[in-house]
Write a protein that binds this ligand. Sequence first.
Ligand code: PNW
Length: 476
Amino acid sequence: MSLPKDFLWGFATAAYQIEGGADQDGRGPSIWDTFCAIPGKIADGSSGAVACDSYNRWKEDIQLLRTVGARAYRFSISWSRVIPLGGRGDPVNKRGLAFYQTFVDALLEAGIEPFVTLFHWDLPDGLEQRYGGLRDRVEFPLDFEHYARTMFAALPRVKHWITFNEPWCSSILGYNLGIFAPGRTSNRALSAEGDSAREPWQVGHNILVAHGRAVKAYRDDFKAASSGGEIGITLNGDAAYPWDPQEPADLEACNRRIEFAISWFADPIYFGDYPASMRKQLGDRLPVFTEEERLLVQGSNDFYGMNHYTANYVRHRTTEPPENDFMGNLDTFFEDKNGHSIGEETQSVWLRSCPRGFRDLIVLISQRYGYPKMYVTENGTSIKGENDLDVNDMIHDDFRARYFDGYVRALAAAVREDGANVRGYLAWSLMDNFEWAEGYETRFGVTYVDYENGQKRIPKKSAFSLKPLFDSLIQN
Ligand code: PNW
C-alpha cells in the first residue's frame, strides 16, 4: 500500500476534443474552429464541431465515470462558450455558464471530484482577431484574469483549478512548428505569418503572466470561501536519458532538454526567473520579467500539474543552434547509441511506453522544486493500428491496460520509495476524442466512441483496469 487514503484518481478530457455543440446556445468560435477550417491542417480533414457530442451527452459521460469507479474527473471550459468574444468588456453568455454549473453539480452529486482546466488551447477567435491573442503581453493576461474570475464566481464548489494546459504545446506547436492553432511559424510553406524564433517565447511569457494574474485573483477573492480550494498550472514533459551514457555532453543535453520543456515555465513559478541555459541560448529573444510580472508569477502554484506520456534519448549537438531551435541544441531519439529502444511503439510518432521514465521524472521534478504537492493531470497512450481494428477487437485494449499498470506502479514507487508528494492521477482519456492535428484517427480513450453511429460509447478493457489497480495501491 503506497498511496494515501485520499488519493484521487480518474480520467481527463478537454472541451474542444469532446464537446461538439460548436454553434449551440451562443458559443463563439475559437482558434481551433478557425484552424480546422483550413484545408490540410487536420489529418482526416475533421474538426471538433461535433466530436463526442458531450455538450448534449454529458449525462452519459457521468454515468460512464460511475461505471468505471472514478473518484475524479478533469475537464476544461470552452472560454468562447462562456464569453463568446472573449474579452473583459464583452458579454457573458448565461447559457454557456449554466451548462458548466449543471455539469459540476451533477459530478458532485455522483461523488466525483471536478478538476477544471480554464484553458486547454481553445482561445476565443475574437481575441486572436482583436489583438493577436496569446501574443499580447498586456491585453491577454487581463482578459484571461477576467474570464478566470467569471468561472471562479460561477463554480464555487470546484476545489481544483488548472489555469493552463501545457503552455509548451500552445507556444511551440502553435507558434514555432505551426502545427496547432493558430498555426503561426517561420515555415512559409505552412503559414504566411509567424516568427518561430521569437513568438513562442513571448507567448510562453504571456501565458505565465496570465496564469499569475488568475492565481492572484483566486487567492485574493475566492480561495478563502472555497474550503480548501487550490490552483496550479499543468506542464507537459518527457523523461530524458543520454544517447551515450559515457558522454558527459549528452548528460548535460538531457538537463537542457528538461529545462527547455519544463523549467521554462516551472522555474519562473518556483524560483522567479527562466533557467540560465535558456537565457544563454536565446538571449533577448526570451522576454525579461518586469518586477510586477515576477511578483505575479513567483510562488503561484498551489500544486504542480504534471502531464506525462513518454521518454527520449538525448544527444548533444556540436554546431551552433539555429534561431528556430526550441529544444536546447540537441537531438532526441527512441533508440540509444547501441540501438536499444526506449519502449514499445504506439500510434503516435512522439510516444513510446517507458514507465521507468515516469518515476525518474516525478523524482527529478520533486527534487528540483522542493517536493511540491503534485497531481498527474494526464497520462495515457494510443495503440498502433487501433483505429483499423473491428470494434470487438478494439475494446480488448490490453496494450493500454498494460501501459497504465506500468505507469501507475512507477508513480506508486516514486511516492513510496522516493518521497514524492503525488496526490492524484487522471488518465488520458475518458473516451476517444478529437486528437487535434491527428483528427479522429488516433484514439487515446479507455472508451470506444462510434462517431458515425449515434456516438455510442463502449468502455474498453482498460477502462475497468484502473479501479482494481488503485484499490490495491491506496491505503484503506
Ligand atoms: C496532450 N507532443 O497533448 C494534450 O493535453 C491532450 O489534449 C492530448 O489529447 C494528449 O496529450 C494526447 O496527445 C500533447 O507532440 C500533444 O509531444 C502533443 C504532444 C504532447 C502532448
